[in-house]
Write a protein that binds this ligand. Sequence first.
Ligand code: HEC
Ligand code: HEC
Ligand code: HEC
Ligand code: HEC
Length: 188
Amino acid sequence: MHAALLRYLAVVLAVGLCLVAWGGLVAEQAEEEEAPATYVGQKKCKMCHSDIFAAWEKTVHAHAIDSLDDEAKANKMCLSCHTTGYGEEGGFVDLESTPQMVNVQCEACHGAGSNYWNASVMKDRELAISKGLIIPPGPEVCVKCHNERSPEFTGFDYEEYVASPEGIHMIEKETGEEAQEEKKEKGK
Ligand code: HEC
Ligand code: HEC
Ligand code: HEC
Ligand code: HEC
């Protein structure tokens, strides 16, 4: 009688252990299947964030490559901060092979987008973050470029720089004003 019970328990235990091991394997595989994030370029972001894109285009980041003269454009050191994803997968390599990755684009602050840019992931904030979306980009993101290696460096104060319309797409204020003006015009 006891032997039958023990055999039963042994089977239950064995099945349980198998399930745990299998579960672990599946989880491991899921993690492995996710390819490392690569840069996809600003066009992808523009598709759905056209208003923020328009605001970003007015910032100095969107024209950072234009600050470099021909000599500087041939200097990798200069290019490394005036472009997006320099030296990383999908990021800027040189002006001939990756002209679409010049300037300080969305992904320079929000992280390489290949794993989060599609609609099903994007609409789920937590999922997007787990797949590499950086929001909000903190000072640690900015100081990768805003540091003493820059010949023009004069210091960096995160609060001040984020509040500056030169640095960040000031979408809320801009659309607010524009929307109000549009309303006024429509009312007339
Ligand atoms: C297929 C459409 C689509 C594309 C492409 C897309 N996004 Fe989004 N994104 C959304 C939607 C929808 C949301 C959630 C609603 C919102 O905040 O607008 C969102 C939210 C965000 C947020 C804010 C998250 C939050 O809740 O605060 C950031 C930052 C962002 N996207 C950056 C990007 C970047 C960078 C790219 C390009 C690599 C990109 N998105 C491409 C649709 C898209
Ligand atoms: C990939 C490099 C890079 C990253 C990351 C970056 N910046 Fe910049 N930033 C630049 C470059 C380059 C310029 C100069 C652009 C020009 O005029 O050529 C600049 C200019 C600015 C300016 C204009 C004022 C000035 O000193 O010229 C502000 C404000 C700014 N950045 C804020 C930020 C903030 C805030 C972050 C982080 C959320 C950030 N930047 C992240 C490269 C970067
Ligand atoms: C470590 C990142 C980094 C490197 C490397 C770098 N820059 Fe910059 N550059 C910046 C940042 C950030 C700014 C914005 C100024 C600031 O607030 O520090 C800037 C601003 C500038 C500006 C001023 C734009 C303006 O109109 O105000 C020029 C010109 C410039 N850089 C040229 C160069 C040249 C030439 C090189 C190579 C010799 C170079 N940069 C290397 C990050 C960098
Ligand atoms: C220089 C860094 C930088 C760049 C470049 C940048 N962002 Fe942002 N973004 C930020 C920061 C910082 C915040 C948080 C703003 C805040 O807290 O006020 C933000 C917030 C956002 C948000 C959520 C809040 C909102 O305004 O709706 C979205 C969506 C977004 N960015 C999309 C984009 C897209 C799309 C691009 C490219 C066209 C882009 N960002 C380029 C730094 C950047």
